[in-house]
Design a protein around this ligand. Structure first.
Ligand code: NIG
Ligand code: FE
Length: 400
């Protein structure tokens, strides 16, 4: 462990709720010891026993919690640039999926890629996120749809957390799409559930995800996956109400889901169900933008019900080839009318909650020292600028 360190000459957006906007402390200091935040507060209040610690001045820069991308499909083979062209020529995402393109075409490319290739390709995307201050990434399987490839994707995800200074949280997404020529029920029972058991036995699964949609699985099929997750003691989450209202949000809430993601077509009743379940709504403006959707998620209903909203890239080769979490924040504001403060909470405090992580997402004594230091004056600038990266330094586990 490095020496204790006192960060000084900084403004901290602690993201602690209930006080100043963004939890800002104007002239702040942050004490780091053993990879954790030991103390944070106004510089004039630094406790006497920390006063002679080694100091590092940050030139008045803004410090936030390190960012958290709580929904990605960053491990995958191939690309879908041709589909992008097809959509511009008039085909819809659903038409392409039903014609054997879409998720299923990435499945072919992912099955054909070995572990080294998947890792190398994913790392270039991971490095771009790290360069914008991301310290934690959720990574899903779901482009294998067979036991061997689902496990390979998850092994690559775990490996990313070993070879890069980033925390990886995995989600098993066997119920992502029905493989070409398969029966959906048979696929769930004979492939997806056994793959989940095998992945769990290998310690590869932190949570279980699914895609509840007309082009994927219905609520009864997702319920079978969630029942197995519950039997294994694994938390659940769901892609729901992205393209239509299928009832996935209410189902996920019944299972106490950590998060329900996309949720463009969620209703006010869904919002209340999420609030009661303590689930996070994960907004994915990159997919909304890419698919040129017109129905925005019910942000006002989420606010009124008190549903925490997270924001993520959904980085995937089809519906959201978005490699920037800062741009996702900007899109969440511009397309979904989040405030910049909500967007920053969405990639820090609420993203941590969506992943079940209680040790990060705010700048508070006792949490991990995962911080991002920015060349900006105000926290709103992180959402406001488009296509710029104002990161100065990232500190993860107390180390930069
Ligand atoms: O989150 N909605 C389903 N899954 C992905 C899409 C993946 C793909 O198109 O390859 C999503 O948008
Ligand atoms: Fe997704």
């Amino acid at each position: 462990m490095p020496e204790p360190l006192l960060l000084t000459d900084l403004r901290a957006a602690t993201m602690l709720p209930g006080g100043a906007a963004y939890g800002v402390i104007g002239d702040a200091a942050i004490a780091i010891e053993d990879g954790a935040i030991r103390w944070v507060g106004a510089a004039r209040d630094v406790p006497g026993d920390l006063a002679d610690w080694p100091r590092r001045g940050l030139g008045g820069r803004l410090v936030t919690p390190a960012l958290i991308d709580c929904h990605t499909h960053i491990v995958h083979g191939g690309d879908r640039a041709r589909e992008f062209e097809m959509r511009l020529e008039g085909a819809s995402y659903e038409e392409i999926a039903r014609a054997g393109g879409g998720i299923v075409s990435t499945v072919s490319a992912t099955r054909a890629a070995d572990e080294a290739t998947l890792l190398k390709d994913a790392l270039s995307r991971v490095d771009a996120l790290i360069a914008e201050g991301v310290g934690c990434i959720e990574i899903k399987s779901g482009y294998g749809l067979d036991l061997e490839t689902e496990l390979r994707m998850l092994r690559v995800a775990r490996r990313i957390g070993e070879v890069r200074p980033v925390t990886v949280v995995t989600s098993f997404l066997g119920a992502h799409a029905v493989p070409a020529g398969e029966d959906a029920d048979r696929y769930i029972d004979e492939v997806c559930l056994p793959a989940l058991e095998a992945a769990h036995a290998e310690g590869l699964v932190d949570a279980v995800d699914g895609f509840c949609e007309g082009i994927a699985f219905d609520t009864a099929q997702i319920a079978r996956v969630f029942d197995r997750a519950a039997a294994l003691g694994l938390p659940v989450k769901l892609h729901a109400e992205q393209l239509s209202h299928m009832g996935g949000t209410a189902l996920a809430a019944r299972y106490g889901a950590r998060s329900v993601d996309h949720v463009e077509y969620a209703s006010a009743a869904d919002a209340r169900a999420l609030a009661d379940a303590g689930s996070v709504a994960v907004l994915l403006p990159g997919a909304f933008y890419t698919l040129r959707e017109t129905q925005a998620p019910p942000v006002q209903a989420f606010r009124e019900a008190g549903v925490p909203m997270a924001v993520a890239t959904d980085l995937n080769p089809g519906s959201s080839p978005l490699g920037s979490l800062l741009l996702a924040m900007n899109m969440a504001c511009t397309l979904f009318r989040l405030t910049p403060e909500e967007a920053l909470a969405g990639v820090t405090r609420h993203a941590a909650r969506a992943l079940g992580l209680r040790d990060r997402g705010e700048i508070r004594a006792g949490l991990r020292a995962d911080l991002a230091v920015w060349n900006v004056e105000t926290p709103a600038e992180l959402s406001y600028r488009i296509g710029t990266n104002p990161l100065h330094t990232r500190i993860v586990g107390g180390q930069s």
